[in-house]
Design a protein around this ligand. Sequence first.
Ligand SMILES: Cc1cc2nc3c(=O)[nH]c(=O)nc-3n(C[C@H](O)[C@H](O)[C@H](O)COP(=O)(O)O)c2cc1C
Length: 165
Amino acid sequence: MGIVALPSFPVVLVTVDENVMTAAAFHFYSFDPPHVMVGIRPQALTYQLILKKHEFGINIPTTEQLDIVQTCGAISGREENKFQKTGLTPNKGRVIDSVIIEECPVSLECRVVHEVQFEGSHRWFIGEVVAAQVDEQYSRDQALMFWMRQYREVGKVLLEVEKRK
Ligand SMILES: Cc1cc2nc3c(=O)[nH]c(=O)nc-3n(C[C@H](O)[C@H](O)[C@H](O)COP(=O)(O)O)c2cc1C
């Protein structure tokens, strides 16, 4: 079970159509061209919605939005409208048809270019980032991390290296 030894993952709010869910199985896939990947359990409404819409929004919450993250990760959009429940504002995406979240400092609009064919616990979607909105004030230090039932902040900087040529 070495997999439980992995360090924290970044927490994001995934928006598809008019629904939102919390995901920690998220990372970049390619910097250039910009692509990201997200792992969604097939039981989630979000999984069905991604299959239908072929797109998703990645909205990055801050540590101050922990309660909202919890709610969006505990309730399914099949049971309740999570935008109404949390008070989050669904904004229309610039490029995608699905909503993105006004209160999140970063929103990436993604079009699905690939679904990994593997019947594991999470189904992985690779998305091309077709639009991005980032608050000028945003610092990555505000990000929220999660792994093995623990929410964490980003740790301290140990060393900053020069940019690779
Ligand atoms: C911190 C946290 C991280 C989560 N990460 C994921 C994830 O990466 N993938 C996933 O499918 N579900 C994840 N979940 C669970 C979903 O958010 C949850 O099942 C949600 O109710 C699904 O909503 P939906 O049915 O509206 O899509 C996470 C929940 C929490 C609280």
